[in-house]
Design a protein around this ligand. Structure first.
Ligand SMILES: [Zn+2]
Ligand SMILES: [Zn+2]
Length: 144
């Protein structure tokens, strides 16, 4: 996996306590800021910024995640992966998108120029959350 001292376009991350560390090779396939109720509740924050990557590009370097599954309004089964020690959310995935996981942007060590391209569920955004100038916006989920 590692050739030379620098990865091409990858990034690394960890949970708050440092028990779980990961790295990702390659570029994100999409970055979406999500204002849905589930993301808000799961992250405990005003919205979630989800960095979607190919599952095969993720390497967990240390530790392991616990997981929780729930049903989305769409009917998909959603999986949240988090550190069992400190509770930080690291990865998410959905049954409708096999082979893809999203990484919670807050877990990334150096975000660099990774930023949302789209915003979804803007109809649910908190009144004080300003819309970003550079994103494509969807009132609900991203159309497939
Ligand atoms: Zn942790
Ligand atoms: Zn969401």
């Amino acid at each position: 996996m590692h050739q030379g001292s620098k990865t091409m376009a990858g990034f690394s991350g960890s949970c708050l306590c440092g028990a779980v560390k990961y790295e990702v090779s390659g570029e994100p396939v999409r970055v979406a800021q999500c204002h849905c109720d589930d993301c808000r509740r799961a992250t405990g924050s005003a919205f979630a910024t989800n960095v979607f990557v190919k599952e095969e590009d993720i390497t967990v370097l240390q530790g392991e995640t616990n997981s929780f599954q729930h049903a989305a309004d769409s009917g998909s089964t959603m999986t949240k992966e988090f550190c069992g020690n400190c509770g930080s959310q690291l990865f998410g995935s959905g049954s409708s998108a096999p082979g893809i996981k999203n990484i919670k942007i807050g877990s990334i060590d150096d975000v660099g120029d990774i930023k949302p391209q789209i915003e979804v569920f803007t109809s649910k955004s908190l009144p004080y959350t300003p819309p970003l100038e550079f994103t494509e916006k969807f009132e609900k989920g991203r159309p497939r």
